[in-house]
Ligand binder design. Structure first.
Ligand code: GRG
Length: 325
C-alpha cells in the first residue's frame, strides 16, 4: 500500500466504535456527583470530549486483528485512554511542558489548579489498572511495563534530561555526533510514545485471546507493528509541532522549539523526517501481512476477516503519519 491508496478502513472503524468507547469511558470514570466531586469533575474535564481516542481504538484493533471480539476489549480500551489522559494532564503541568491549551481548551491545571490536576492525573492512572484488569493479568502486566520507568515515564525522564530540564541530569540535546543524537531521540520516542501505542494493541490481544492466551509469535509481530507505528506517530507529532495550527492540533504548536527539545525536524529537517515516517508506515504495512499469517496458523478466522484486518492495520499506519490533528 502507498500513501495514495489509503483505504479509509480506520476512519470506518472509528465511526463504528466511537460511541462504544465513549460509553465504556463514561462507565469507568466515577460520576462527577460522587465525592470528592471536584476531583471527579477534573478527571472528567480532562477526559471529555477528548481527543482522537487513538489508543482505545488500537486496543479494539488489537483484539480484532488477532481474531478476537472487540466487545471483550472495551473496558481495557477505556483503561488505555485513562492512562494516556493522565500522561497529558501531567505533561501539561508547569513543572513539565507548562502548556495552557490541550484538546482545544484550557489545560486541566489552568481550570482546576495544579494540586487538583496532579491528583486527577494520579487517579486516572490508578483507574486505568482497575479497567485493564478486565483483560486479565497479562494485559495488566503489559500496561504496567509500558507506562512505568522502563516505558513512558522513563522516556519522559530522558526527554526532560535532553532538553536540560532535569536537576542533576542531562545538559541539553546535543550528543557527540548526529548518529548519537538520533539514537537518543529514537530511544526517547520509543519509550515516551511508542510503548503505550504497542501496549494498546497487546492489551487488546490479551483481553480477547480466550483460554491458552496469545501465542508468542503473534505477540512478537503485533508488538513490532506497534513499535513501528508508534515511532512513525511521534515523528509525525514532531512535524505537526512545526507545520500545524492551534485549531488543527487543539494545543499550541512550536512548543518543542520553545523548550529546546530534541526532535526529528530539528535533527533531519522537515522533509526527511516526513519521508522517514512514511518509510515506517511501509514497514508496518508489511508486518500487518505477517501478523495475519501468524493469526491464521493459531485460530480459525475467516480469510475475508483477515484480509480486512490487514487493510485496517495498513490504514492505521498511514493515518499515523498523514494526520493533521
Ligand atoms: C509522572 C509526573 C509524571 C509525569 C508523567 C509520562 C508523562 C508525564 C508524559 C508522557 C509523555 C507524553 C505526553 C508523550 C507524548 C505522546 C503524544 C504524542 C501525545 C499526544 O497524543 P495524541 O495526539 O493526543 O493521541 P489526543 O489528545 O488526540 O489523545
Amino acid at each position: 500500500m502507498t500513501s495514495s491508496s489509503r483505504s479509509g478502513a480506520f476512519r470506518a472503524f472509528v465511526g463504528a466504535h466511537r460511541d462504544a468507547v465513549e460509553a465504556a469511558l463514561d462507565e469507568l470514570l466515577p460520576a462527577s456527583e460522587l465525592a470528592p466531586q471536584r476531583l471527579h469533575e477534573a478527571m472528567r474535564y480532562a477526559m471529555f470530549p477528548g481527543g482522537k481516542r487513538l489508543r482505545p481504538m488500537l486496543t479494539l484493533i488489537g483484539a480484532a486483528a488477532t481474531g478476537g471480539q472487540t466487545e471483550d476489549a472495551l473496558r481495557p480500551a477505556a483503561a488505555l485512554e485513562c492512562l494516556h489522559t493522565y500522561s497529558l494532564v501531567h505533561d501539561d503541568l508547569p513543572c513539565m511542558d507548562d502548556d495552557d491549551l490541550r484538546r482545544g481548551r484550557a489545560t486541566c491545571h489552568k481550570v482546576y489548579g495544579e494540586p487538583l490536576a496532579l491528583l486527577a492525573g494520579d487517579a486516572l492512572l490508578t483507574l486505568a489498572f482497575a479497567g485493564c484488569a478486565a483483560g486479565g493479568g497479562e494485559a495488566v502486566a503489559a500496561l504496567a511495563s509500558a507506562a512505568g520507568s522502563v516505558g513512558m515515564v522513563g522516556g519522559q525522564v530522558e526527554d526532560l534530561a535532553a532538553e536540560g530540564s532535569l536537576k542533576g541530569g542531562g545538559s541539553g540535546s546535543l550528543e557527540e555526533s548526529p548518529e548519537a543524537s538520533m539514537a537518543k531521540l529514537e530511544w526517547i520516542h520509543d519509550h515516551k510514545t511508542g510503548a503505550l501505542i504497542t501496549a494498546a494493541l497487546v492489551v487488546g490481544a490479551h483481553a480477547a485471546a480466550g483460554p491458552g492466551g496469545v501465542p508468542a509469535d503473534v505477540l512478537e509481530i503485533l508488538s513490532k507493528y506497534g513499535d513501528t507505528v508508534g515511532r512513525a506517530f511521534q515523528i509525525a507529532d514532531d512535524c505537526l509541532d512545526v507545520t500545524g495550527s492551534p485549531e488543527e492540533l487543539g494545543k499550541n504548536p512550536g512548543a518543542d522549539v520553545a523548550l529546546g527539545k530534541l526532535t526529528w525536524p530539528a535533527l533531519l529537517g522537515l522533509e526527511q523526517s516526513q519521508a522517514a515516517a512514511r518509510g515506517l508506515a511501509e514497514q508496518a504495512s508489511a508486518l500487518a501481512v505477517e501478523l495475519a499469517a501468524a493469526v491464521a496458523a493459531w485460530r480459525t478466522v475467516a480469510p475475508t476477516c483477515l484480509d480486512e484486518m490487514v487493510l485496517l492495520l495498513q490504514d492505521v499506519a498511514f493515518y499515523a503519519v498523514e494526520r493533521r490533528t
